[in-house]
Design a binder for this molecule. Structure first.
Ligand SMILES: [Zn+2]
Length: 399
């Protein structure tokens, strides 16, 4: 009986790759283009420092003096990535995006020649409630993160274009770009709940299929557009933050308000056990986006801290690691940043359900300044857009 069980489990794992829901099975040969593009030291530093801190990749990625042995699918041979002997002999890194130093300005404008994709976080509109990015107090204007990020994106376009950038949006309406709808995801949702060891009730299947729709299918579609069509030098992911608000029809307002930025990194052991996540982490690492993400984010952090005067949000626990010595910049593994192969700056300012921010959201968008809660303030949307634009200008002007 015992041997039968083992045999059964063995063949089960052979037949099913461990993949996150809706993730395609990786083609490991795609890593061939990164052979001998970096040294062992560079690989290990990035793996241990940013992407898989705390030995998270141990046993999944084994580093020897000349190569990394990477676990692929269950029952398949590992993928061998050979290191360059020295950085001088390393082969060039193939990538669609350009580092700041590789973008030649054609005019004297700060963003001349720079291609930027803006990803207004979430979907908004009639989808905001199922995204759980919606709340309302009495008869107030509803607070809808997906609509607010789109508003900031639309203010950013003319600001960035005036400085010479080519700007693209991943969405320009409060509608999803994926054609898949929650009702088509019920089978995947059931399998996903079973894999997590959760109950499959009609309610849990409904909410899991909604989650897979807005958090997986929609984000995958945006990444396809960015990596396959836009191919920008940088993606700007725009968000507003929140503290737990409880019931969206009777939300809690808080005093806390803060700001932080995310870079891609800090995979956990559990996440790296998924074949697709291991593969996506390696693409980010081997693409060498990190120095570019860090430098661009530092410039943005400087200008946004100065404009908003907000304190940093500090992560406790292992989901995020501090980047450099800034309390404002953290590495974290999200589908919404890891799938973009180019550098990503992920912006998380303002707590939407903080008393002061709620008042500013109710005041809407306006030019100049207005007295809100007794202090003269610009529109929250313009403060956001102006400080992002100033940070990018500062960064790319340093070419
Ligand atoms: Zn968000």
């Amino acid at each position: 009986m015992l041997s039968f069980t083992i045999l059964f489990l063995g063949s089960f794992s052979l037949a099913t790759a461990k993949l996150t829901p809706l993730a395609p099975k990786p083609d490991w040969q795609e890593l061939d283009r990164y052979q001998q593009t970096l040294t062992r030291k560079e690989f290990s530093n990035m793996l241990n420092g940013i992407y898989a801190p705390g030995g998270a990749a141990k046993g999944l990625i084994d580093v020897t003096s000349r190569e990394a042995k990477i676990r692929t699918s269950e029952g398949r041979a590992p993928y061998i990535l050979k290191f360059a002997a020295t950085s001088g002999s390393a082969r060039p890194v193939p990538k669609y995006w350009r580092r700041r130093s590789e973008i030649k300005p054609v005019t004297s404008r700060a963003l001349s020649g720079v291609k930027i994709a803006i990803d207004p976080g979430h979907i908004g509109g009639k989808w905001a409630k199922i995204e759980e990015r919606w709340f309302q107090i009495g008869k107030s204007k509803p607070v809808v993160e997906g609509d607010m990020t789109l508003q900031v994106a639309k203010l950013l376009i003319p600001r960035l274009e005036a400085m010479g950038a080519e700007v693209h949006l991943t969405r320009s309406h409060a509608e999803p770009i994926t054609g898949v709808r929650p009702s088509q995801l019920r089978k995947t949702a059931t399998a996903s709940l079973r894999e997590k060891g959760e109950k499959t009730t009609s309610q849990s299947i409904k909410s899991e299929s909604e989650r897979l729709f807005y958090r997986a299918s929609e984000i995958r579609k945006r990444a396809e557009m960015v990596n396959g069509k836009i191919k920008p030098d940088l993606v700007l992911c725009l968000h507003f933050n929140a503290e737990g608000w409880g019931d969206p029809a009777n939300p809690a307002l808080v005093e806390k308000n803060h700001l932080h930025f995310l870079l891609t990194g800090a995979w956990s052991r559990k996440e790296l056990e998924y074949e697709d996540q291991r593969f996506e982490m390696l693409i980010k690492l081997l693409n060498r986006t990190f120095p570019e993400e860090k430098a661009a984010t530092q410039a943005l952090a400087k200008s946004m801290v100065s404009a908003t005067k907000l304190p940093p949000f500090i992560y406790r626990g292992p989901t995020a690691v501090r980047v450099g010595n800034s309390d404002y910049i953290w590495a974290r593994n999200l589908l919404a940043n890891r799938l973009f192969e180019c550098p990503v700056v992920y912006v998380e300012p303002y707590v939407m359900n903080s008393r002061s921010v709620f008042k500013r959201i109710q005041a809407g968008d306006y030019q100049g300044r207005k007295s809100i809660g007794g202090t003269s303030q610009p529109s929250i949307y313009r403060e956001y857009a102006d400080s992002v634009a100033a940070g990018l200008a500062k960064y790319y002007a340093g070419r």
